[in-house]
Write a protein that binds this ligand. Structure first.
Ligand code: PLP
Length: 459
């Protein structure tokens, strides 16, 4: 019988008064012990023992025996700049995602920028983005000189709401960037249908969604391009790194050329001595980064499966607690990446305890958690971009009026999600064991039972 179902009265009845005394003693309830749900245990934020003192799995992970050899062999070879290991990683990542081509670049941000530029997107164009994403998605749009257009979030799935995209399409719209945010897939079937109807490019921001699938097809292979990040926190970690995946050979040739100073490549190759063909950049990955990535890639599928199993279990348990609204996966999702594990917190279910106090109490129980993103459609960087020389030359003053922009880009459901509801757990926690998920469940139940006390304490 799990402790979760082991009510306090049953516990006292079966073990006698001595154990009942022990139950009230905080010292015996910590260090691997399970919190018994109910008000009998003092919340850690009020001086009780935390549900968990054991550490969570660290990140990134590497295997000393296999991964280190790849890196050290490269170090000793002296071949550090782009060569065969980078090409091998590109081939393996493209095969994993399921696209004809893959190009690595320095990071996910520049994967997005290169993709936008090589689709011909720039000043005067509009690009549809979600407000619920990491800043890099929107920063990439601004880096090209294009105008971000925000579409509100479907708070059930946490993704861009496909039902609200068409209303934001104008004659200037050139592309949609669906972000598989938190590693949960966006609704690619509906988004691709909208894009086809309006002749728009789709760039999937899959920077948090390594290995996520819709109908057994991996994200990053639905749009005209997919962009990935291998930054240290991501589910495939290299420290820094990124990739573009696509089935469009000519587009990928241009991306390759762009990432290598604009020098000719593939179908971009011109006459001998034609010289540099496109206005390029320098975005090449190094061999030792590829060596790290090849090691990580060996474990990704097993890790992703484990995250999915633990997430499904945790979701089923915490979904029963009043005031916790678990995520919903988009139709037909066969696997998520769970870069983060989200749920919505409704304080009415917790006696009016604020989200900030809930997060503080949960952290105190030994459960790392966060409130996540702030609304990206309302931050000062937008004003900074609009005041720049380039934007002032490319746009009419009315387009750059921040108040009018804010009105056009209002996303009220996303505001509520960010400001009141969102709670995240981290992907590495989902690499622990199932019994560790019970610690999370027990901690939330303990806070639920103590909500009134925590609220009135003002802690
Ligand atoms: C991490 C991330 C990026 C940017 O990737 P970097 O490698 O850090 O440049 C872009 N979009 C999303 C959604 C991300 O999470």
């Amino acid at each position: 019988m799990s402790n979760k179902n082991f009510g306090r009265r049953a516990f006292i009845k079966s073990t006698g008064i001595v154990a009942a005394g022990a139950l009230l003693s905080p010292s015996l309830s910590s260090a691997g012990g399970r919190a018994v749900p109910g008000g009998g245990q003092r919340a850690a934020v009020l001086g009780g023992s935390p549900v968990r003192t054991k550490a969570w799995p660290g990140w990134p992970i590497w295997n000393k025996d296999t991964d280190e050899k790849l890196v050290v062999d490269d170090l000793r070879s002296g071949v550090w700049s782009r060569a065969s290991l980078v090409t091998q990683f590109e081939q393996e990542w493209g095969a994993f995602v399921g696209t004809k081509r893959c190009l690595t670049v320095v990071n996910g941000t520049n994967a997005l920028i290169a993709s936008l530029l090589q689709m011909g997107i720039g000043g005067g164009d509009e690009v549809i983005v979600p407000p619920y994403t990491f800043i890099a998605t929107v920063a990439a749009v601004l880096a090209t000189g294009a105008m971000p257009v925000f579409v509100d979030t479907d708070v059930a799935t946490w993704q861009i709401d496909p039902g609200k995209i068409e209303a934001k399409i104008t004659s200037k719209t050139r592309a949609i960037i669906p972000v598989h945010i938190l590693g949960l897939p966006a609704d690619m079937h509906r988004i691709m249908a909208i894009a086809k109807k309006h002749d728009l490019f789709v760039i999937e921001d899959a920077c948090q969604a390594h290995g996520a699938e819709i109908g057994h097809q991996r994200v990053g292979s639905f749009g005209h391009a997919g962009c990935f990040s291998f930054q240290n926190s991501k589910n495939l970690a290299i420290g820094e790194g990124g990739a573009i995946t696509s089935n469009d050979e000519k587009f990928m040739d241009r991306c390759y050329s762009y990432h290598n100073y604009g020098n000719p490549y593939g179908s971009v190759v011109g006459q001998v001595n034609a010289g540099t063909l496109i206005a390029g950049n320098k975005l090449r990955l190094t061999e030792y980064q590829a060596a790290i990535g090849l090691g990580q890639l060996k474990r990704l599928s097993a890790e992703t499966d484990k995250r999915n199993e633990n997430a499904a279990y945790l979701r089923s348990k915490i979904g029963k607690i009043q005031g916790i609204i678990p995520y919903t996966l988009t139709d037909n999702v066969t696997k998520a990446a769970f870069h983060l594990f989200p749920f919505r917190y409704n304080k009415e279910g917790f006696k009016g305890l604020s989200r900030a106090a809930f997060l503080k109490a949960l952290n105190a129980e030994g459960i790392p958690c966060s409130e996540g993103y702030a609304p990206l459609n309302k931050m000062p960087y937008l004003q900074n971009a609009f005041e720049s020389k380039n934007y002032r030359k490319m746009y009419a003053a009315a387009d750059l009026d921040l108040r009018a922009f804010n009105e056009r880009n209002d996303c009220p459901l996303n505001d509520k999600l960010c400001n009141e509801e969102a709670v995240w757990f981290y992907q590495s926690m989902l690499l622990a064991e199932r019994r560790d998920m019970d610690d999370i469940v027990n901690a939330i139940e303990k806070i639920h039972a103590n909500a009134e006390k925590i609220k009135t304490s003002g802690k």
